[in-house]
Design a protein around this ligand. Structure first.
Ligand SMILES: Nc1ncnc2c1ncn2[C@@H]1O[C@H](COP(=O)(O)OP(=O)(O)OP(=O)(O)O)[C@@H](O)[C@H]1O
Ligand SMILES: [Mg+2]
Length: 225
């Protein structure tokens, strides 16, 4: 099943102004359900721009982004945030955790609008903490977590809604080698759970991984392979 389809996608910043800049040019892409895809490309090539459009965080200038039969490029913002919350887990390079809250409460954050019983909240949160291997730091304020632990908390938060798609932007940029390899191992786990995962990275640790279904190279706003 095709889970994500991108057709003739363009992102032009500052269109029709002197500083107009084409960050994505005629991107076409089909990603099947359960695939692990790595997007590579040098700094400024357009990786984060593409990921943020796939995640409904920013809108394309032109083109279509069809996720599970819904063209999110055409959806009104109010629906997009709901769609994203239900279907997509986004792992940011800088983690974007809420300081002052514990790991548990950070992971709970995407669930707050759900009408769930206390027990149901707990089950979902514990499961996500467990997959991300951070359950032992549940009650710790996230400010006091190490870089690798913050990353695992961000992963748990991305998983708690049980999304079918996980997008990760430079997920190892703030990690040492040991924790980067733990992250890569986690990708294997996500594949077993049949998640569709797209990672944007220029970390060489992601090269030649046998469980990665596809490597996509972006250069100067275009897919080159
Ligand atoms: N809001 C914006 N306004 C204007 N230009 C932008 C904006 N956001 C990004 N760009 C430009 O678009 C290009 C692509 O940026 P993007 O962040 O997608 O690159 P990247 O491949 O993720 O790079 P990196 O590896 O450094 O994270 C860059 O040249 C950047 O300066
Ligand atoms: Mg980037």
């Amino acid at each position: 099943m095709i889970e994500i389809e991108v057709k003739n996608l363009y992102k032009i910043y500052n269109e029709n102004r002197q500083n107009e800049f084409t960050a994505l040019k005629n991107i076409n892409l089909q990603i099947k359900s359960g695939e692990i895809v790595v997007i590579k490309g040098k700094s400024g090539s357009g990786k984060s721009t593409l990921l943020s459009i796939l995640g409904g965080i920013s809108k394309p200038t032109k083109g279509d982004v069809i996720i599970e039969n819904e063209n999110i490029a055409k959806l009104p913002d109010i629906y997009i945030s709901n769609f994203r919350n239900e279907k997509i887990g986004f792992i940011f390079q800088s983690f974007n955790l809420i300081n002052g809250l514990t790991t548990y409460d950070n992971v709970k954050a995407p669930l707050v609008l759900k009408k769930l019983k206390k027990q149901e909240f707990e089950t979902k949160i514990k499961k996500a903490l467990q997959i991300a291997n951070i359950q032992h730091k549940s009650d710790q304020n996230v400010e006091n977590l190490s870089g690798g632990e913050k990353q695992r908390c961000a992963i748990a938060r991305a998983l708690v809604m049980n999304p079918s798609i996980i997008l990760a932007d430079e997920p190892t940029a703030n990690l040492d080698k040991h924790n980067s390899l733990i992250f890569i191992d986690m990708l294997k786990k996500l594949k077993k759970l049949n998640k569709t995962v797209i990672v944007a990275t220029h970390d060489s640790l992601f090269e030649h991984l046998e469980f990665v279904n596809r490597y996509i190279n972006i250069n100067d706003a275009e897919i080159i392979t």
